[in-house]
Each structure stands twice: as structure tokens, then as C-alpha cells.
Write a protein of this length. Structure first.
Length: 313
């Protein structure tokens, strides 16, 4: 048996000898050596790839473990904070109950009856032909035998509507007149059995008004102003500052701060809103809703003292 040193010397000698052998004789030998070494090279490459894959998975596992540990830590911290919050809430409830016990029984406000209550009186409009006869006193002779005096009737101007109710129904001047939820005008003058109507377009009409707009969030209650008639088919809305948002199409309603009506009534809608250069207020024109009403009957708003309040005294 050769020693290891003898084997090494043999291989070196063979290698040195091959350098002097012609290439056509050594090439087949080199091919045999490569073929013999190829399976080992393939196995080595596959093994190194497997080692890299396993190393990457181990790194991913380590990263996932670290993240999981961070989540556990954060969860534990939140649980401690939640327990502390619950303890604080319990302590505050206890302190509140103790304070209530020391303060005695809690006062609960009782509802009171309103002082003023609205009452609507239905009135019929006297037709134009009958109104003309009325103004010309052609109908007064029918009541003269019964002691009817001209002073007990109200005739009004030719352009004013006449209602068939008067002071006999507790009608008085300046009472509002409605058709449904639409403002028609107010009582201009009242006689014993009739009264005249001053419409919102009359040059003497004045009424507190508010701009109202429908939005996605609900009704937006805008600025307040003064609605005026000017004798034309439209009304004016004065007193709205230029800084207020006003748009064509906005509704104009009554201001309800008087405490009588629970909801606003409808004047009409804005058809023109203009700001002049340097102007401080809007110039607003309103189309009255009563313009499109076929008026046969209306309702006069009469404000009464609440009888319940009167009886309590």
C-alpha cells in the first residue's frame, strides 16, 4: 500500500507528464474528468440554493416573531390603559353620586302653559263684482231697515280684497292672513262685518322675514331682514348684509321669534339678488307665493291669551 506522500508524488508527476502529451490525446481525458465531476457540481449548486432558501425563511420567521412580540407588547399596554380608564370612570361616577347625595333631590323643571295661543279664523273673500256693489253702497239699503249704518262697514280701496269677517269675529287691524302655510298679507282695516286685506305686495306692507335654504345637512336658517311690498308683483327684502350668503332660489319665511307660531310661514322665494360695487347690503327681490294661489278662503291669525293661564289666576 502506497503511503499518502507517495500518492501525492504520483499525481504531481502524472500532471507534469500530461503537459508534454499532445492535445489530441489529452482532450478525451479532460472530458472524462469533467463528466465525472458534473454530478457533484450540480449537487453542490442545489445544496447551496437550499441553504439560501432555508436561511431566508429563518430570517422571515425571526422577523415575524419580532413583529408578533411588538403586537403583544402594544396589546398589553392598551389593556392596562383600558383598565385604568375603567377605574377612573368608576371613581368619577362614585364622586358624582356622592355630590348628588350632598346636594339633595335634583330639581326637574316643569313645563308651563304658554301665555299666548294662536287661533285661526276662516274668512271668505267677497268676489270682485259683489265688492264693487259693496263699495258703491248698492248692498247697504238691504240693511238700512235693520239699522245698519255705513260707518259699521269697511269699504277699502278698489285694489284691496274684502273679507266677510270683521270685529264681530274679533278681527282687528294688522292681524296676519294666511292661505295654508303661505302669507297672503294682513288686515288693513276692520268694520263690524267685513275687513280689507293688505297683500304682501301692497306698498304699505312690512313684515319680519328670514332667508331659509335646504341643504344636504337639513334646513339652513339664514339672516333676517324686512320684507316690503312696492306695489308691483314682487317684494323687496331689505337689511341683509353683504357678508351674508344669499342665493337665487332661497326661500323667504316669517321670523318665528315672536313665540306664537311654532313654525315659520312662507313668503316666497328669491328671484334676484344683487350686490352693487362697494355696496354693504344685498338688493333682493322676492316672488310672493300668494301670487300663485287661487284665493277663495283665507285664515286670519288671532292671538289670544291662554284661558288656562287666566283660570289659574
Amino acid at each position: 500500500m502506497f503511503s499518502r506522500l507517495t500518492l501525492i508524488l504520483f499525481i504531481c508527476s502524472a500532471g507534469a507528464g500530461l503537459t508534454f502529451v499532445p492535445p489530441e490525446l489529452t482532450e478525451p481525458l479532460r472530458g472524462l474528468v469533467r463528466d465525472a465531476a458534473h454530478p457533484g457540481q450540480f449537487t453542490t449548486t442545489a445544496f447551496m440554493g437550499l441553504v439560501r432558501h432555508v436561511s431566508e425563511r429563518v430570517h422571515d420567521w425571526q422577523t415575524a416573531e419580532e413583529q408578533l412580540e411588538q403586537l403583544r407588547t402594544a396589546l398589553a399596554k392598551n389593556e392596562r390603559a383600558m383598565r385604568q380608564l375603567q377605574e377612573d370612570q368608576a371613581r368619577l361616577r362614585e364622586e358624582l353620586e356622592q355630590a348628588r347625595a350632598k346636594a339633595g333631590p335634583r330639581l326637574v323643571p316643569s313645563s308651563s302653559e304658554p301665555l299666548l295661543v294662536p287661533h285661526l279664523i276662516e274668512a271668505r273673500l267677497i268676489g270682485s263684482e259683489t265688492a264693487s256693489l259693496w263699495r258703491n253702497r248698492k248692498l247697504l239699503d238691504a240693511g238700512s231697515a235693520d239699522g245698519v249704518e255705513t260707518s259699521l262697514l269697511v269699504l277699502g280701496r278698489d285694489d284691496q280684497l274684502i273679507l266677510d269677517v270683521g270685529t264681530d269675529a274679533a278681527i282687528s287691524e294688522r292681524q296676519p292672513v294666511y292661505a295654508g302655510d303661505v302669507v297672503v298679507g294682513r288686515i288693513a282695516a276692520a268694520g263690524r262685518w267685513t275687513s280689507t286685506l293688505e297683500s304682501v305686495t301692497d306698498a304699505n306692507f312690512r313684515g319680519a322675514a328670514r332667508v331659509l335654504r335646504k341643504t344636504d345637512a337639513g334646513w339652513w336658517r339664514g339672516p333676517t331682514g324686512l320684507l316690503k311690498g312696492d306695489g308691483s308683483e314682487l317684494c323687496l327684502l331689505d337689511g341683509i348684509e353683504a357678508s351674508q350668503p344669499v342665493e337665487v332660489g332661497d326661500a323667504v319665511v316669517t321670523a318665528t321669534e315672536d313665540g306664537v307660531l311654532p313654525v315659520p310661514m312662507f313668503y316666497g322665494k328669491i328671484v334676484e339678488a344683487r350686490l352693487r360695487p362697494g355696496g354693504t347690503r344685498w338688493e333682493i327681490r322676492v316672488e310672493p307665493a300668494m301670487k300663485n294661489q287661487r284665493l277663495e278662503t283665507v285664515h286670519v291669525l288671532r292671538t289670544n291669551l291662554n284661558p288656562t293661564r287666566l283660570l289659574a289666576n
